[in-house]
Design a protein. Structure first.
Length: 316
């Protein structure tokens, strides 16, 4: 859209210029839609001058903030590794997995346990020291960062109504397929929403990613969000309408509202009661239904024979 190349202030000036020219002879040469738009701008200017501005019909939404990630940088005498994670806990778990695999380097030192602690934070602190300098040839940093991408401001109708059946059908028929190129994988675009589906060889998964930053205004609610429903087979993973949305289990709600210490107690209780099992290799707590470790590492260990009880995941 041409409007995307102008700032909100410049758009305001263009509207005032249009309203000023509405009564000039040049306006007669405009097409009917353009003359009507110029008249609307002039009417709005006169109402503003009289102190009775017309009610707004649209709101300007600024760019949405960037996504926060956690960057783990780890060095030793053999390598330097930098990895990005969506959660701090996931990054710490991955670092703890590395520490446990290197525990032979420190287990013989005075005051060090023979085996690494099960708690991720404790294992990392024991290995690197509280100031992260206990190992002369090894160190790490874990910092929050923001992914800054190009985003645009946009005007959103305050009387938002999702496209009706006819408009939805037209949008679906107008969907565009973008082939893969050097800038990214293939995707389908409908109403400006990009849905990527591709084979990710690095993680060994078929990845599906949805991007809504450039969604058409017809699909953007006044709060700046795009209503999405994501379904895999018959399982609803996300539903903004909250009609089919999955309800979290009691265990999930407890973990979501707990701090690190409380989470450790919850995990310990769940494991002792058989609701969860801890990976014998990386110590990651997994739901009973998991056939192998779901931790962030690549161990993929199977549960022990003793870990047989109820599943963490109940009916949705």
């Amino acid at each position: 859209m041409i409007a995307e190349t102008f700032t909100p202030t410049e758009l305001e000036l263009l509207a005032r210029i249009t309203g000023t020219l509405a009564g000039s002879p040049a306006a007669a040469e405009l097409s009917k839609p353009y003359r009507e738009l110029a008249d609307r701008a002039r009417t709005a200017m006169l109402a503003e001058a009289a102190g009775i501005p017309a009610p707004p019909v649209a709101a300007l939404l600024g760019p949405r903030p960037g996504e926060q990630v956690w960057v783990l940088h780890r060095t030793d005498r053999h390598e330097q590794v930098t990895t990005v994670y969506d959660l701090e806990s996931t990054a710490l778990a991955d670092l703890a997995d590395h520490v446990r695999g290197s525990w032979d380097n420190v287990c013989c030192h005075e005051g060090m346990p023979e085996r690494p602690p099960a708690d991720n934070a404790e294992a990392v602190e024991l290995y690197y020291g509280p100031d992260r300098n206990a190992r002369p040839d090894e160190s790490y940093s874990l910092l929050a960062a923001e992914i800054v991408r190009s985003r645009r401001s946009r005007f959103i109708p305050l009387d938002f109504a999702f496209p009706d059946a006819a408009a939805a059908e037209a949008a679906n028929r107008g969907a565009v397929f973008h082939t893969a190129d050097d800038d990214g994988p293939q995707c389908i675009e409908v109403l400006g929403v990009l849905t990527f589906a591709y084979v990710d060889a690095r993680d060994g998964v078929v990845r599906i990613s949805v991007h809504v930053d450039n969604a058409d205004e017809r699909a953007v609610r006044p709060d700046g969000t795009v209503p999405l429903t994501v379904v895999v087979e018959d399982t609803v993973l996300r539903d903004d309408s909250d009609v089919l949305a999955p309800h979290p289990t009691v265990m999930e709600e407890l973990l979501a509202g707990a701090d690190t210490g409380q989470q450790a107690v919850i995990y310990a209780a769940a494991i002792s009661s058989g609701l969860m099992w801890r990976c014998p290799k990386c110590q990651w707590p997994n739901p009973r239904a998991a056939a192998c470790c779901e931790g962030p590492g690549a161990c993929r260990s199977a549960p022990s024979e003793s870990g047989t009880a109820l599943a963490l995941e109940g009916p949705r």
